[in-house]
Write a protein that binds this ligand. Structure first.
Ligand SMILES: Cc1cc2nc3c(=O)[nH]c(=O)nc-3n(C[C@H](O)[C@H](O)[C@H](O)COP(=O)(O)OP(=O)(O)OC[C@H]3O[C@@H](n4cnc5c(N)ncnc54)[C@H](O)[C@@H]3O)c2cc1C
Ligand code: SF4
Length: 331
């Protein structure tokens, strides 16, 4: 095991300053991803700053106007069972309950969840295989290797990995914001802009800068929130990452869709919002599965499969359709 010093933070301003000044220091919350990465030697920080003692960062507040504020240190299990989260945004509860295991959800924080790194087996391999995310310039073993679990949207020749967070897919569909604090104050990042596409620099996965701490996630009120669903397909029924998943939220007029929010997981380096499909679905009847499927297909014209994952193009459309239909039954 790589040796590191463990420090404890009690004050956010001091924690942010320490992080800004020390490139060898990493924040640690639940440690369920970071310690695995250290064991795999994918990241080797000299110092870990335990942020669990920071005040007011584990709160879950149901806003009077219908939104939510979720502290970055709130645990996945606490957020999943919160009565107002269940009622207002079932898609969040379901995305969390289909993640990891009960023990992991008790430890893992919301901030850590959206920061977790890809499960690409080459990236996580202790043998230091070619991986531009792990060692920039070394190549991408997955590009022409085993890439069944990899991306069909948004990838580059330098990296074809997917983002593994289930929660992130739900938050992308709901147009959440990531609230970040740095030395010069707070900023609010739209969820769709938080994760980056790999381009030529896949090691930089988010727009978070050194010296910035995620303090909360804000979920705005939305008429679609209550009629929402998260559907996750995986190779085994529990304790597994998504092969393909979909978050759907709808508002209806009778049986016709008035507005739709739709995002996919397991298909891209970031949660993948199906904006063309959302527009095409407006006005379509929930009782016309053929028209629903044709509208969803509007977002798949630019899908680019790799050697082993062309099946994801069909699978993702079916998962999106089923998630939409289940959300529609809740409207
Ligand atoms: C066996 C296994 C199965 C899993 N299955 C799933 C699954 O099915 N679906 C799923 O979505 N996830 C899954 N996970 C991932 C799990 O959800 C994450 O490991 C967890 O959410 C990370 O949270 P944490 O608090 O433990 O983060 P940590 O490990 O403490 O930190 C992760 C990263 O986030 C950074 N960080 C943490 N908090 C902050 C903050 N407030 N501000 C800035 N940076 C911060 C850390 O520096 C680190 O880089 C699984 C994990 C394991 C080990
Ligand atoms: S897909 Fe990305 S993470 Fe996986 S080996 Fe290639 S560069 Fe590394």
């Amino acid at each position: 095991m790589h040796p590191f010093a463990l420090l404890r933070a009690h004050d956010a301003t001091a924690a942010i300053a320490a992080h800004a000044q020390d490139p060898e220091l990493a924040f640690i919350a639940g440690g369920t991803d970071l310690l695995g990465l250290i064991k795999d030697r994918a990241t080797l920080p000299a110092r870990l700053l335990d942020i669990n003692g920071l005040p007011d960062m584990a709160r879950i507040d149901a806003r009077p106007e219908g939104g939510l504020s979720i502290g970055a240190l709130a645990r996945m299990s606490d957020v999943a069972v919160h009565p107002e989260v269940r009622k207002r945004f079932p898609v969040i509860t379901e995305a969390l309950l289909f993640s990891a295991s009960g023990q992991l959800r008790n430890m893992a924080s919301i901030g850590g969840n959206i920061m977790q790194r890809t499960r690409c087996a080459y990236f996580r391999d202790e043998d230091d295989l070619p991986c531009n995310k792990r060692r920039p310039g070394s190549g991408c073993a997955a590009r022409h290797g085993l890439n069944r679990n990899h991306a069909i949207f948004g990838w580059s020749d330098v990296c074809v990995a997917t983002n593994p967070s289930d929660l992130a897919v739900a938050l992308a569909a709901l147009d959440a914001h990531v609230i970040v604090r740095g030395a010069s104050g707070e900023r609010s990042i739209p969820f769709s802009e938080f994760h980056r596409l790999p381009g030529t620099t896949p090691a930089t996965e988010t727009v978070l800068k050194r010296g910035e701490l995620i303090v909360a996630i804000e979920v705005p009120p939305s008429p679609e929130g209550r009629a929402s669903h998260y559907l996750k397909l995986r190779d085994r029924q529990s304790y597994e990452f998504a092969l393909v998943s979909a978050a759907a939220a709808v508002a209806v007029d009778g049986r016709r869709l008035r507005s739709v929010r739709l995002a996919l997981g397991g298909v891209a380096p970031k949660p993948w919002r199906l904006t063309a499909a959302e527009a095409a679905l407006s006005g379509v009847s929930l009782d016309d599965p053929g028209a629903l499927a044709r509208a969803i297909a509007a977002s798949f014209g630019d899908a680019r499969p790799l050697a082993h994952n062309a099946f994801k193009i069909e699978l993702a459309q079916r998962v999106a359709l089923r998630a939409l239909q289940i959300a529609g039954e809740r409207a």
